[in-house]
Design a binder for this molecule. Structure first.
Ligand SMILES: O=C(O)CCC(=O)C(=O)O
Ligand SMILES: [Fe+2]
Length: 325
């Protein structure tokens, strides 16, 4: 429904009020105001999330990382990395391992080995999906291009180096080699997603102590029809890691150990295409060995055949995870 201009002004005002409450440090009150805004106009979820996240980090700009390290979220992340916090067998009992013949039964002769990791948000592992030959090619072409990783700055734009992400990475075009092209092709058959709407392959390498602290992969700002959001993440594990280096989801209590050739897949967005904050995840510190991964971020354009939207906006279920406590 179109907003009338007076409703818009009221919502603008409420957003400003929320922002000011954030600056005074009263995040609980701010969130209440933000929630009221989103209930009135769900389309404002992305602006409200951006205000929330921006103000949050701006107010802590100087000591941001130290402050973050004191939060419950960070403690949760550390526990999940150390495997001190896991789901109980009861919580996992509905999850299955199964063979999947792929879209159009195209892989009936060599079905995908799917291990369901979580139902909602959906997370799965696809075992033995990448061959050693493909992995060698990916490493060979990306090695000379590897540079210290940066992160996108949603506040002032651009990218910068941050201590919360210590690794090297390179962006590789799929068309560079048939082995790399095949990754996308197979990913389509395994997931049903139109993988032509994917970013270039991001190859990353973490050395000893390398890590990537909790974050979401979806964009908080800058999403347009032209540049859509990251509906899914697929992490191609290109090496094993002797110790540490799991991909951890603090709120889901899941830590996935890298296993060479396996792909970890999850949806970042709700069916309503709102960001799902339950998917916050991290690369735990590498304690021994070296970790290689390839990231494929597929965008949400024309994915409705495989993932139609629901009847209702479903962002509510992940709202509380937006706030870093
Ligand atoms: O290293 C990992 O396991 C996670 C990497 C990640 O989350 C990312 O590159 O966005
Ligand atoms: Fe990520």
């Amino acid at each position: 429904m179109e907003e009338t201009s007076s409703a818009a002004t009221e919502l603008d005002f409420m957003e400003k009020l929320g922002e000011n409450l954030m600056k005074t440090g009263d995040t609980t009150a701010a969130l209440e105001v933000f929630r009221a805004v989103v209930i009135k106009d769900p389309h404002r979820l992305s602006t409200v999330s951006a205000i929330y996240n921006n103000t949050h980090s701006l107010s802590e700009a100087l000591v941001e990382e130290e402050e973050y390290h004191k939060t419950q979220e960070f403690k949760l992340y550390e526990k999940v990395c150390r495997e001190e916090l896991k789901r109980s067998p009861a919580e996992e009992r509905h999850l299955r391992c199964r063979y999947y013949w792929g879209v159009d039964n195209a892989f009936v002769l060599s079905p995908f080995k799917i291990e369901e990791i979580n139902e909602d948000p959906f997370v799965m592992l696809i075992h033995d999906m990448v061959t050693d030959e493909q992995i060698e090619t990916i490493k060979r072409v990306s090695m000379p291009e590897m540079k210290r990783s940066t992160v996108r700055d949603d506040i002032v734009g651009g990218s910068k180096r941050r201590n919360y992400r210590i690794s090297k990475n390179a962006w590789i075009e799929y068309s560079l080699h048939p082995h790399i092209e095949k990754l996308l092709h197979v990913l389509h058959y395994a997931t049903g997603l139109e993988t032509q709407f994917s970013e270039e392959l991001q190859v990353a390498n973490y050395g000893l102590g390398g890590h990537y602290e909790p974050h979401v992969d979806f964009y908080l700002t800058g999403v347009t029809e032209e540049y859509s959001n990251r509906i899914s993440t697929s992490i191609f594990y290109l090496s094993d890691v002797e110790q540490g280096g799991a991909t951890a989801f603090p709120y889901l209590k899941i830590a996935i150990k890298p296993n060479k050739g396996t792909v970890l897949f999850w949806y970042n967005l709700h069916r309503s295409l709102d960001g799902d904050y339950r998917t916050k995840h991290a690369g735990c510190p590498v304690l021994k060995g070296s970790k290689w991964i390839g990231n494929v971020w597929t965008h949400d354009r024309t994915q409705f055949a495989i993932r139609p939207c629901g009847l209702f906006r479903d962002y509510e279920s992940s709202w509380e995870y937006m706030m870093v406590k």
